[in-house]
Design a protein around this ligand. Structure first.
Ligand code: BMA
Length: 864
């Protein structure tokens, strides 16, 4: 048949693609609207005449690039920028077509827009070609009859998002939502309007790829790829591939060939072309795709060629991996609950997850490298699943590509969160279109393992008084219980669907029931102490979390020196949670010495609140893993941030000297890494007193020896028992303590050491009540190939020893944090980054505020 081989890249050959991304666009504001009065006077002339526009991009990033808008991430700048979101903006481009332009000779020429944010009208040479009101879907506008030789004016006009939402409120009635703005009345990333960790920066622009595609007769419009794996009796894996190809135009005499290859195997199947052509292919001896916690991530190239006997008409390339995913929801024998666990290639796993939010308020500036770095940071913290939260996006391709390559599973929410959503038109059609679009778009990625109906909308309807306020209006139930599951079943039968996070499954069951499905736990943080995690015995926790401030280096670029205190106006502008600081202050009581809130206390405040955050989340994870079996998943709210803020995130988002984004690790990131390690040792306090729990989520048997001891903080061993346990893969074991401490002694800790796991040190009382001595230690700094090595040898008990090298060099970070040392113990921190080599720096590395541990009070000076 002579089909050209196209190599690895996803390229089209048989039709013309003219890329329109780049910086040749012009951005203008419309001076004839009422909102124009809000535009700062100094900017009016420029904005009416036009400034350079970049695509993909948005108005905010273009204004910043032109020097017309302060960085909203710094200080209180966000507060003065509401005018941006209120304007009508246009992006325009002049396309010069010469007489031999392919676009003019093809039968069809389409303007393909992968993402328009949001209320857009598309004009070509002054004529309206179409509109779009949904940021989450792709648009294709046929424009062939409207272009000609010479200059062609392409213009996309964006109306203000809130104006459109107000129109929708008049048309279908208001609906209850959290936060200030009615994000539920427009199909735009919800958190763009402000969230309890994010600013309100209402964007507009062409946020994804745009281009012109010219084609004759017929073209491929969509390709869906579904790859599953089955193991035969001899342990060989078979790959099953289904490819659905949608073709627009003339299919007669055409054929579709699908070729798959990789890792030494290849296969091919040919079928007659139809509007929708479905081809199945079975491959033997494939290597299955696994999450990184279970194995490797072999990926296979899939080439889809639409052709006739004479030539190739269109080609699409995809990449996939073979694996079978399922949700185990087997009912309990007593009928009072059900399992809820992910099963990959037949293996039931305990999910070690984190929730993912958009990595920037301006998603168009998230590069593939940045996605990859963020997913790598998650993987490095032993995270094997990211839940893409419904108040954000169906992410860009590079996110899923990184997850595929790094073995991080994705739980994808449909993009609805914390609100009632109307079921009337135009919404019903938009939801259907966006669901179809994204289910197909993301089909090939093996990392994507679950589709989920929404975030907290079922719970809100049940528990937050929505039912009364709705007065019979629609709220989205039809989407979660009918539309989305029907679309997933029709277009992607290889993936499980769950109605919501949280949800117990069937409509009749209370959505946040700990005996069923997935739950969210938010009374801890909002109202209760974190030890109340012990009151829960859930099946799967899809959200729980605790706030803590960003790192010092991130604040240093966000706050002027005089604003660096817990309660400055600028700092509070970066604390978006209702009563956030009060909850921090209340929550720390009884655990850690409460820090002051003045500028002098800023170091103490950051340290104490960050340690509290890390401990609270670690406490929760250890509880869920200690229940392994009944509980099969933990998803921490949240991995990342979209700007510099005090939030639930483990990674903050700041910038470096070059203005590049940097996600610095907060102490929580280290705590998650420890708590999610394959081998976990934890000490839990139950009704019968204390017990040690060993958990093995590794792929191999874990045979371990060690001791369980009661030690004084001065280092004496009061009693100890031997530990000698063998744990099968994916199992846990309770180990009773031979002697139980009789009272809550303030001077002792239960210490469990087990080969192959991090040592567990559990004080019997909280730090505020413990006899924490004044810290004493020896320290030494060495320069090694892997970085600066700081070795600390304790001469007194050191509690939660941390090093914050970002105090000395903003890009520096340590390999470990939050270490407990008994007298005589040593620990070496390896510090990466640009640390100056001089005596003053060495001295600084060995003392507060760079090196520090929990003391009573926190302000106590720490001796070297
Ligand atoms: C849940 C999430 C988010 C929120 C978080 C912290 O409601 O789904 O909406 O940011 O809690 O409050």
């Amino acid at each position: 048949m002579g089909i050209e081989s196209l190599g690895e890249q996803s390229v089209r050959v048989a039709d013309g693609w003219l890329d329109l991304t780049g910086d040749a666009w012009t951005l203008r504001a419309d001076p004839t609207t009422d909102a124009w009065a809000a535009v700062p006077e100094a900017l009016r002339v420029q904005l009416a005449f036009g400034i350079p526009g970049t695509v993909p991009g948005c108005v905010h990033t273009d204004l910043m690039a032109a020097g017309l808008l302060a960085d909203p991430y710094v200080g209180t700048a966000e507060a003065d920028q509401a005018w941006v979101g209120q304007q009508t903006w246009s992006y325009s481009f002049t396309l010069n077509l010469t007489g031999d332009a392919e676009e003019l000779y093809a039968d069809n020429c389409d303007l393909v827009c992968d993402g328009l944010d949001t209320v857009a009208e598309i004009r070509v040479n002054g004529r309206t070609m179409g509109t779009s009101t949904n940021m989450h879907r792709r648009n294709v506008f046929p424009i062939r009859p409207n272009i000609g030789i010479g200059p062609n004016h392409i213009e996309i006009v964006f109306r203000p998002a809130l104006e459109y939402a107000a129109e929708m409120a008049r048309a279908v009635g208001e609906r209850i939502h959290v936060e200030k703005h009615p994000f539920n009345l427009i199909r735009k990333m919800a958190c763009n309007f402000g969230w309890d960790w994010g600013p309100s920066l209402i964007t507009a622009g062409i946020w994804k790829r745009i281009g012109l595609r010219s084609w004759d007769h017929a073209r491929i419009t969509d390709v869906a790829v579904f790859a599953t794996a089955t193991e035969d009796e001899s342990g060989d894996w078979q790959g099953n591939l289904r490819v659905d190809v949608q073709i627009q135009g003339e299919t007669r005499f055409g054929a579709v060939t699908v070729r798959v290859r990789g890792h030494g195997v290849s296969g091919e199947v040919v079928g007659a072309a139809q509007d929708w052509t479905t081809l199945d292919l079975t491959l033997s001896d494939i290597r299955p795709w696994w999450p990184h916690s279970l194995g490797e991530q072999p990926l296979y190239d899939v080439e889809v060629v639409f052709h006739n006997d004479i030539r190739v008409l269109d080609t699409v390339h995809k990449r996939t991996g073979f694996r079978t995913v399922a949700l185990d929801t087997t009912p309990d024998a007593d009928g009072n609950g059900a399992t809820f666990g992910l099963v990959v290639n037949g293996v039931q796993i305990f999910t070690r997850g984190m929730d993912w939010i958009p990595d920037d308020c301006f998603p168009s500036r998230i590069t593939p490298e940045r996605y990859r770095e963020r997913v790598q940071q998650a993987k490095d913290a032993n995270v094997d699943l990211l839940r893409v939260w419904g108040g954000g996006l169906y992410e860009q391709e590079a996110f899923y590509e990184a997850c595929d390559e790094l073995g991080v599973m994705v739980w994808q929410d449909f993009a609805l969160a914390c609100a009632a959503y109307p079921e009337e038109e135009p919404f019903a059609l938009e939801f259907e279109a966006e669901a179809r679009d994204n289910v197909i778009r993301l089909s090939a990625y093996p990392s994507l393992v679950v589709w989920n109906g929404n975030n907290e909308n079922l719970w809100g309807h049940e528990d937050w008084g929505w039912e009364a306020q709705l007065q019979g209006r629609t709220w989205g139930a039809d989407y979660y219980y009918r539309l989305f599951p029907e679309i997933v079943a029709e277009l992607d039968p290889t993936r499980p669907y769950w109605p919501g996070s949280p949800s117990s499954g069937p409509k009749e069951l209370y959505p946040n029931d700990p005996n069923y499905g997935c739950i969210h736990i938010w009374d801890v943080w909002n109202a209760r102490d974190y030890t109340c995690y012990d009151d829960y015995s859930p099946r799967f926790v899809a959200e729980f979390g605790y706030q803590g401030p960003a790192t010092w280096a991130t604040w240093a670029r966000t706050l002027a020196p005089e604003d660096r205190s817990a309660t400055s106006a600028a700092m509070l502008a970066h604390q978006k949670a209702a009563g956030g600081n009060t909850k921090l202050n209340e929550g720390i009581k009884g655990h850690l010495p409460a820090p002051g809130e003045t500028a002098e206390d800023f170091d103490e405040w950051l340290f104490a609140m960050q340690v509290q955050q890390a401990r609270a989340v670690r406490y929760g994870i250890e509880r869920w893993r200690s229940l392994r079996g009944r509980c099969l998943g933990s998803i921490v709210w949240q991995l990342n941030d979209c700007w510099p803020v005090t939030s639930w995130a483990a990674l903050d988002l700041g910038t470096n000297e070059a203005g590049e984004p940097v996600a610095r690790r907060k102490p929580l990131w280290y705590a998650v890494r420890s708590a999610y390690a394959d081998h976990l040792v934890t000490v839990q306090r139950g009704d019968e007193g204390w017990r040690a729990v060993l958990v093995n989520d590794g792929t191999d048997t874990w045979a371990t020896r060690g001791t369980i001891a009661l030690r004084t903080l001065t280092g004496d061993v009061l009693w100890s028992q031997e530990l000698d346990e063998t744990l099968a893969p994916r199992s846990r074991k309770d180990v009773a303590l031979a002697q139980l401490p009789t009272s809550d002694r303030t001077d002792v800790a239960i210490v469990v050491t087990a080969e192959g796991a991090e040592r567990c040190v559990r004080l019997l009382v909280e730090d505020v009540d413990a006899d924490l001595p004044e810290p004493r230690y020896d320290a030494r700094v060495e320069r090694t190939e892997s970085g600066v090595a700081l070795t600390v040898t304790a001469t007194s008990f050191l509690r939660s020893l941390c090093i914050f090298p970002d105090r000395l060099s903003e890009d520096a970070w340590a390999d470990s944090l939050l270490v407990d040392l008994f007298p005589g113990d040593s620990h070496t921190f390896i510090i990466a980054g640009d640390i100056p080599e001089d005596a003053d720096t060495d001295a600084a590395l060995m003392a507060r505020p760079v090196l520090r541990s929990v003391t009573k009070p926190l302000t106590l000076s720490e001796a070297v």
